[in-house]
Ligand binder design. Structure first.
Ligand code: GLC
Ligand code: CA
Length: 549
């Protein structure tokens, strides 16, 4: 779909902030919006163009705020609506953008719509959710909860029992299931409009768009669901583009092809599978990292490409990227993530150099990458965190940002025992202050990569990607990026084993950023590459020898 890309988004890099864990301004042990404002100069210093803020709306926090109780109100623990307005203003003042997290697929069980719908009375909200009429035996394979509230029926859920699915209808309603409304059913209109009003409310406040939670969960059904999702999302996105042409929508969908047709500006390549594109990101995580999750995922996940004992597979990863790029004409409507609040952090089982190798690759591939807070300093995954506000194993990736040395890490003035979530107990834990002035730190390495990406659009969102070396397992990955006559090659070897090879490519290389040891030499119109274990390099390719000094 030929959509206009807002100029600011063209080569954008984002930073994900998990508000409860970034910076606590008032000493209650929970991060807040005023705390984020305090740290905006730092965020700006990373070179990012935008921030994605996880949900900051009123909620009982049974799923860390992905269970919204009031869409129009900032959760008091984070501040008031005016604080959000102020945050948006301060972000804009620094030339950055702010995406909020829109959770349109479900509400909290404490949302007044659900409280009304689950009551004994007939209310205007009864069809906002998917309720069976009394007890039924056949639930058509969908997840339902029974025995909650006064209404005699089961309600469908999207995630936890506390997240009842909002009702956007079914693409393939079956007559024997009266609870399966067609997506065109007029009874569904009011809810659709409510969600539009939520978007309008925050766009009018000044936010620059949304990351859309479980974007493809809205319409239910097995056949014809993509078409129904397109109809729904095209309506929202066209409305948004008409009224707020600079705003964007990023799907949490894991299907960039569908997201593109829905009118999203980008979609995350998610590691949780279910689509042919999921492998792309699975390649960035090691199978063992799924241990705290389930054995099922462990069994399904191929080994990560980014591992020292690399049996990982960069070929499938590149196949999929190329397929995506061919699909959207090279506009790269996808976002590769360094991690997020649902994933195990990169730092698990990787040392700093190994992370640098992964970041050198992630930040020189097409699309609009998202950096997860703390990944730029190598924060650890903490398996001992346990379940905080519905995190379960995900809590390990949600610990407080480490600003300084010392027992509170500069996160909060509260006693660390009162932090809402555990801080990394290791007093040698990485922190911003320590890395700030060290030119070799992970923090400054990340900054260099982001600024390189901005200085040379060939390395960014829309530069052409050409694969030079990528094999099924145990091999470095080498690719060329090119745009408007500027050429770069990137060589990445996460494995411990050193490698040497030759590629058919002319030019004189100039090294811009690197980790470990990579040498690229021109010889007889070819390039000779010698790459040590755990190494990566980004080189500019000059056509004539004189250009390099
Ligand atoms: C998304 C969120 C996740 C949440 C779930 C349910 O996957 O990223 O944190 O638990 O949706 O809203
Ligand atoms: Ca606070």
């Amino acid at each position: 779909m030929a959509k206009k890309i807002p100029e600011w988004f063209r080569n954008a890099v984002f930073y994900e902030i998990y508000p409860q864990s970034f910076r606590d301004s008032n000493g209650d042990g929970i991060g807040d919006l005023a705390g984020i404002v305090e740290k905006l100069d730092y965020v700006k210093s990373l070179g990012v163009d935008g921030i994605w803020l996880n949900p900051c709306f009123d909620s009982p926090f049974q799923d860390a705020g992905y269970d919204v109780r009031d869409y129009f109100k900032v959760a008091p623990r984070y501040g008031a609506n005016d604080d959000l307005k102020r945050l948006i203003g301060e972000v804009h003042k620094r030339g950055m953008r702010l995406l909020l997290d829109l959770v349109p697929g479900h509400t909290s069980i404490e949302h007044p719509w659900f409280k009304a719908a689950v009551s004994r009375d007939k209310t205007p909200y009864d069809d906002y959710y998917v309720f069976t009429d009394g007890k039924v035996r056949d639930l058509d394979g969908y997840p339902f909860i029974t025995g909650y509230g006064e209404r005699d029926g089961f309600y469908m859920i999207n995630y936890f029992y506390s997240q009842p699915a909002l009702n956007y209808g079914f693409s393939d309603p079956k007559p024997e299931h009266s609870w399966q409304f067609a997506t065109s059913d007029p009874r569904l209109k009011p809810l659709r409009e409510e969600i539009r009003q939520v978007m309008k409310f925050y766009l009018d406040m000044g936010c620059d768009g949304f990351r859309v939670d479980l974007a493809f969960s809205l319409v239910k059904g097995r056949s014809g669901r993509d078409e129904a999702l397109k109809e729904l999302w095209q309506d929202y996105s066209a409305w948004m583009k008409t009224n707020y042409p600079d705003a964007i929508l990023v799907a949490e969908g894991g299907r960039p092809d569908l997201a593109d047709e829905c009118g999203f500006d980008s979609d995350f390549l998610m590691p949780w599978g279910g689509t042919k594109y999921a492998l792309a990101n699975k390649a960035t995580f090691r199978a063992e990292e799924y241990e705290p999750h389930t054995d099922r995922l462990k069994a399904e996940s191929p080994r990560s490409f980014f591992s020292r004992d690399s049996s990982g597979n960069s070929r499938d990863f590149m196949d999929e990227l190329e397929e995506l790029l061919a699909y959207d004409g090279g506009t790269a409507r996808f976002s590769i993530i360094t991690g997020n609040h649902d994933e195990v952090r990169l730092r698990r089982q990787r040392n700093v150099d190994e992370i640098k190798v992964a970041l050198a690759c992630i930040f020189t591939l097409p699309g609009r990458p998202f950096l997860y807070y703390g990944d730029e300093i190598g924060m650890k995954y903490l398996p001992q965190v346990g379940n905080i506000e519905g995190s379960y194993w995900r809590g390990g990736s949600r610990s407080p940002m480490q600003w300084e040395k010392g027992e509170k890490a500069g996160f909060s003035a509260a006693d660390p025992a009162k932090f809402y979530i555990m801080l990394d107990p290791d007093l040698e834990r990485p922190c911003v202050a320590e890395q700030e002035n060290d030119p070799d730190s992970l923090l400054n390495f990340t900054r260099n990569l982001i600024s390189l990406r901005h200085d040379h659009p060939a390395l960014g969102a829309e530069g052409k990607l050409r694969r030079l070396v990528s094999e099924h397992a145990d091999s470095p990955l080498v690719y060329e990026r090119e745009l408007d006559g500027e050429r770069f090659i990137v060589a990445v070897n996460p494995a411990a084993k050193a490698r040497k090879f030759e590629i058919q490519l002319a030019g004189t290389p100039e090294k811009l950023v690197g980790v470990g040891d990579v040498v690229v030499e021109p010889r007889d119109g070819k390039l000779r590459i010698a790459i040590s274990g755990v190494s990566a390099g980004v080189f500019r390719l000059h056509d004539r020898e004189e250009e390099t000094l």
